[in-house]
Design a binder for this molecule. Structure first.
Ligand code: NAI
Length: 318
């Protein structure tokens, strides 16, 4: 996608931080923008800004973990602006603590928002984007934590690794519909994420992490030195234009990513020089079985595509 004028963009987490930056930059480029967020106050403050700009922006209060509400938000968007060509799954939360002390509530909240919310976004909008046939682009926000996991940020990393995998899988699937998928992996952004623990619902109140105001203040200090959200959004726009699989506009990310991949590759090599050589005949049979399965899969996909094309043709005729 090169021209953003007149396109409809749906942005989760659009009330603040990276999502708000995307809303500002893409509205400026001529998009009609829906900002969706769980925090009504943040949406109201954002709308005050957009009213001064006379941009076509509409706000929807949405908890991205609620699948029915997501469908309703998609219906509302289509009613207000028409079909969506740009989806930004940006909303996310973080809370840190030693992973061995985590409760299931700690997992259910962070995984539910950071991974579940992205999944719900893609599952809600991808079928609509396929059906309207105009092509489009989806940007899922992961993090540099999608490449490395540690105890303290463990749950967050698990959620972001999953967003990476989901993005790669849907990128593979949606290319044939002219829908690009990019995975945005920021390092540090100047946003309100230090306070995200305050949006944690009461139903997930059991926690193994002792987050307090001292930690929130210390985290705010880190994020205050991060990239400006609008600058990040301009990189996102360039990434969409190039249909980049990954958008990582931080040169300092290169070495940590290389290091983490090197660690994995190093473990592939046989550590024991007297280890038995791989059984070539068995490997050959395995490859043949893999090729046979791929042929079957392609046959099924061909039939599915023919069914889809027929449905589309019938819909166009009626
Ligand atoms: P932010 O807190 O400023 O913005 C996130 C927005 O998501 C907030 O307005 C919040 O109300 C909303 N939100 C939270 N839970 C929600 C839910 N259940 N439903 C709907 N909206 C919800 O934080 P930021 O930094 O802009 O976060 C955006 C994304 O960037 C997140 O996915 C985060 O993990 C990611 N990220 C942030 C980094 C940073 O340094 N700030 C670094 C790497 C990734």
């Amino acid at each position: 996608m090169q021209d953003f004028r007149g396109k409809v963009a749906f942005i989760t987490g659009g009330g603040s931080g990276a999502g708000l930056g995307q809303a500002k930059v893409f509205a400026e480029a001529g998009c009609k923008v829906v900002i969706a967020d769980i925090r009504k106050q943040a949406l109201m403050a954002a709308m005050d800004y957009f009213k001064t700009k006379n941009h076509a922006v509409h706000a929807i209060e949405l908890d991205i973990t609620d699948r029915n509400a997501f469908e309703r938000a998609a219906d509302e968007t289509e009613k207000v602006f028409g079909t969506v060509q740009l989806l930004f799954n940006t909303a996310g939360v973080s809370q840190f603590g030693p992973i061995e002390k985590s409760t299931f509530d700690d997992w259910d909240w962070q995984i539910g928002v950071n991974y579940g919310g992205v999944l719900n976004g893609v599952k809600t909008f991808a079928p609509r984007m396929i059906a309207h046939g105009q092509g489009g682009h989806i940007v899922n926000t992961a993090s540099m934590s999608a490449f490395n996991a540690s105890s303290i940020a463990g749950i967050y990393s698990v959620s972001k690794f999953a967003v990476r995998a989901l993005s790669e899988a849907f990128r593979d699937a949606l290319a044939k519909y002219n829908i690009g998928v990019s995975c945005l992996c920021p390092m540090n952004i100047n946003t309100e994420i230090a306070d995200s623990v305050k949006t944690r619902p009461a139903k997930y109140k059991s926690t193994g992490f002792d987050t307090d105001e001292r930690e929130i203040a210390a985290l705010r200090e880190i994020y205050a030195h991060g990239m400006d959200p609008e600058e990040l959004a301009r990189h996102v726009m360039e990434g969409i234009k190039k249909n980049a699989a990954y958008i990582i506009p931080y040169p300092e990310a290169r070495q940590p990513i290389i290091n983490s991949i090197k660690k994995i590759v190093a473990d592939i090599l046989p550590a024991d020089p007297v280890a038995p050589a791989p059984d070539q005949a068995a490997m050959q049979k395995g490859m043949e079985a893999m090729r046979a399965w791929r042929d079957v899969r392609q046959e099924i996909e061909k039939e599915e595509q023919q069914k889809f094309d027929k449905e589309m043709a019938e819909r166009a005729r009626s």
